[in-house]
Design a binder for this molecule. Structure first.
Ligand code: IMP
Ligand code: MG
Length: 412
């Protein structure tokens, strides 16, 4: 009777896919609850690599998989994802809530148009139609899974308003073919399984700082990325909330535009980008790189009520000549520890503390740490993790030292 939630504490790409795959063994079901195919969650296990866009990252662990209706589905992308997954996992249990809203070719087109019209002020979206599709849902004009199943959907206003040419009837038929085997009342099933004592893991997409309310608006995504949305989206009462697991990368990345106080010089960024393979899993765009940002993380901790931390990609920091962390910000000469409102965020100067750099380790050294436990990690690594733990006043449970599932070590 537990519904734990994995959320991202930065601007997405914290490694939630790997974390969810790793933790999935402790749960019976994994539920994705926000965003759509803008997400790219990569899992590397048993010599295979898979990037999920809609499907929960518990798929390789053969868990029961659910898509809650606060998500969006693009049926064409979903179909391709299913076909690729079948090659890796021939049989899986996946259920999509019938209330889930769909992304049509019109919204994909609109996303592009809006970005073009914004020009220099564009967001740098993934061009997956996310903003327009959540808008169509708010306007109450776009189809949901149940509409394509029944075939009864009046698209006249939709067509008139967007005036974007595509064969709607054909699109609806194809969507029906793709989705009908997976359409269920997910809310009801999840509630029953919780009542029967089963445990559930909610998987968020994107990160807290991309939340449309609490993120760096307008440079945000269009669905809520925080823990509370798991309940709004799934229809599960929040009294069933378990613990909140905050995922953070050992440094910061951001893809797309918008403020990023700890962004580092391109020389150093380049090194980390290459060693950490920091390119968008959905769009292939190079990610912007920065030092760890504690004011931003404290804010993310507060908003989500994070109970424990899962820190990823610590291995990437090994061998860097310097290691810095932003402890606070300075705004017009005044030091603040809090994450400021968006209008001040462009003005902040990070106040850094330098820590002892982590020595250069080879892949064998990381495997050695995983095998022999956290006690065997170099002291500089332990100090870095202790520093984060103390400053965020939150326990670190796991540290990831490589992309593969087994490269994870429990911190005691
Ligand atoms: P959208 O979600 O495609 O509308 O994009 C809005 C902003 O969120 C852009 O800055 C994107 O780069 C960013 N974004 C959306 N999804 C992800 C993700 O899964 N990881 C990282 N950034 C994302
Ligand atoms: Mg990603």
């Amino acid at each position: 009777m537990r519904a734990d939630i994995v959320i991202g504490m930065q601007w997405g790409d914290e490694g939630k896919g790997k974390v969810v795959d790793y933790l999935a063994s402790m749960y019976s079901s994994v539920v994705r609850y926000n965003g759509g195919p803008n997400a790219g969650h990569t899992v590397i296990a048993d010599g295979q690599s898979f990037t999920f866009h809609h499907i929960p990252s518990g798929a390789l662990m053969r868990k029961k998989l659910f898509i809650a209706p606060g998500m969006l589905i693009n049926p064409e992308i979903f179909r391709e994802e299913i076909e690729s997954l079948k090659k890796v996992v021939p049989e899986f249990s996946l259920k999509i809530d019938i209330r889930t809203s769909l992304i049509t070719p019109a919204e994909v087109e609109l996303d592009k148009k809006i970005e073009e019209l914004k020009g220099a002020a564009s967001i740098g979206t993934t061009l997956r139609g996310i903003g327009p599709a959540y808008s169509s849902k708010a306007l109450r004009i776009s189809p949901r899974v149940s509409d394509v199943l029944s075939g009864k959907f009046d698209a006249s206003i939709y067509k008139k308003l967007y005036n974007i040419e595509f064969n709607f009837t054909e699109w609806m038929e194809e969507a029906k073919e793709t989705l009908s085997n997976y359409a269920f009342d997910v809310r009801e099933e999840l509630l029953r399984s919780i009542e029967n004592g089963e445990s559930i893991l909610f998987e968020s997409a994107q990160g807290t700082l991309l939340d449309p309310i609490y993120g760096t608006y307008p440079y945000v995504t269009s669905s809520n990325t925080t823990a509370s949305y798991a309940f709004v989206s799934s229809g599960i009462p929040f009294k069933y909330a378990g613990k909140i697991i905050g995922v953070l990368k050992a440094y910061t990345t951001r893809v797309g535009k918008g403020p990023m106080p700890t962004e580092m010089s391109e020389n150093l960024a380049n090194f980390i980008r290459e060693s950490g393979k920091e390119y968008g899993a959905t769009t292939g765009r190079p990610r912007r790189i920065g030092w760890l940002d504690l004011p931003a993380l404290r804010y993310a901790k507060e908003i989500n009520g994070v109970d424990e931390l899962f820190i990823t990609k610590l291995d990437v920091l090994s061998g860097l000549k310097e290691l810095k962390v932003a402890l606070s910000y300075s705004i017009n000469g005044k030091e603040v520890e809090r994450f400021p409102p968006p209008e001040d965020l462009e003005l902040v100067q990070p106040v850094y503390q330098s820590l002892e750099p982590i020595p250069k380790l080879e892949s064998g050294d990381f495997s050695h740490i995983v095998k022999n436990g956290w006690v065997s990690a170099p002291f500089q690594m332990k100090k870095y993790i202790d520093f984060i733990e103390k400053n965020l006043k939150t326990r670190v449970s796991y540290v990831s030292l490589g992309a593969e599932r087994e490269m994870t070590v429990k911190v005691d």
